[in-house]
Ligand binder design. Structure first.
Ligand SMILES: Nc1ncnc2c1ncn2[C@@H]1O[C@H](COP(=O)(O)OS(=O)(=O)O)[C@@H](OP(=O)(O)O)[C@H]1O
Length: 303
């Protein structure tokens, strides 16, 4: 195992161990009206991020929690680092994680750098838009994304647990979860779907055909990959392959991250009333929009 990866796993394990020592009330803080987990984010870093300079040849991965961040990250790390015979840096790649000194280390890295974030569009450093950093944005159908986050809250120590799914559902619908409302994020990105420096891809598209998804990302980044390279990246990014290696690659985080990796698990938790409530929320947020159509809500979110 590569030394940088070992350090990354140690860092992730430290986060989990620290979280276990904190009382539930100490696990979250609010910054500019949005909740974040205290074990990974700090107000100082969120503040310092505002002035972060991203370059045109950096690559940004944007994904709301539980929409496939780590899946797309695996693919992009190969494209940005492995293909250039570099290993990904040891720090956790989420730009909002850590303290300002981590941000300083990131500033020292040469571009292209892979910048990863769950942040709402409005809180992403402005330089990313000004300098036209390419952004790969990954979304997932909101019912499965909610279920995935519910299990993560209850199985990982970094978030307070919920005693019931119903309680979590209410918080999710009203945006009282870390990184804010998923629907707000979707509404904002819908306005940028056709920006030349934005590629929006869905979890479900990757599930449907991972090779096509990898190819699409490579083309967007302007990487002339061979069919064998595309196939290799896709093979290493399957759920089974990533889960099988997760102890080595993600430490304790991997044990809760690679849960089901499926479409449709929402059917095991949503009541008919909750399903209808989310259908209405999706319709009022994205009904009749291009992003709404791309997400194929009726295919993935109707029983
Ligand atoms: N390779 C691959 N293929 C398919 N699905 C995958 C893959 N890797 C991760 N996953 C699933 O993605 C969900 C976690 O999403 P994130 O990586 O965004 O989580 S996080 O917010 O960054 O913690 C989580 O979904 P659920 O299984 O539904 O909980 C993971 O299992």
């Amino acid at each position: 195992m590569d030394e940088n990866r070992k350090k990354f796993v140690q860092e992730v394990d430290k986060v989990f161990d620290t979280a276990r020592d904190r009382a539930p009330v100490e696990l979250l803080f609010t910054h500019k009206g949005v909740q974040y987990p205290t074990t990974v984010c700090t107000p100082e870093n969120l503040q310092a991020l505002e002035g972060f300079e991203a370059n045109k040849d950096d690559v940004m991965l944007v994904s709301y929690p539980k929409c496939g961040t780590n899946w797309a990250l695996q693919i992009l790390q190969e494209m940005v680092y492995t293909l250039a015979n570099k290993s990904p840096p040891p720090d956790i790649p989420m730009i909002e994680f850590g303290t300002p000194d981590k941000l300083e280390r990131l500033k020292q890295q040469p571009s292209p750098r892979l910048l990863v974030t769950h942040l709402h569009y409005d809180y992403i450093p402005k330089s990313v838009f000004k300098n036209k950093t390419k952004k790969v944005v990954v979304f997932r159908n909101p019912k499965d994304a909610a279920v995935s986050l519910f299990y993560f809250c209850n199985n990982s120590p970094i978030f307070p647990s919920y005693s019931t799914w119903d309680e979590f559902f209410q918080d999710y619908m009203s945006g009282k979860v870390c990184w804010g409302s998923y629907f707000d994020s979707l509404i904002t990105w819908n306005k940028h779907l056709d920006d030349e420096d934005v590629l929006i891809i869905t979890y479900e598209e990757l599930q449907e055909n991972l090779v096509v998804g990898v190819k699409q990302i490579a083309e967007f980044l302007g990487l002339p990959l061979t069919q064998d390279q595309i196939q290799g990246i896709a093979n290493r990014a399957t759920f089974q392959n990533m889960k099988a290696k997760s102890n080595e690659t993600h430490g304790q985080f991997g044990q809760v991250l690679f849960r089901k990796g499926d479409i449709g698990d929402w059917k095991n938790l949503f009541s008919p009333a909750q399903s209808q409530e989310m259908d209405e929320k999706f319709k009022s947020s994205l009904g009749g929009t291009k992003l709404g159509a791309k997400m194929k809500y009726d295919v993935h979110c109707k029983a």
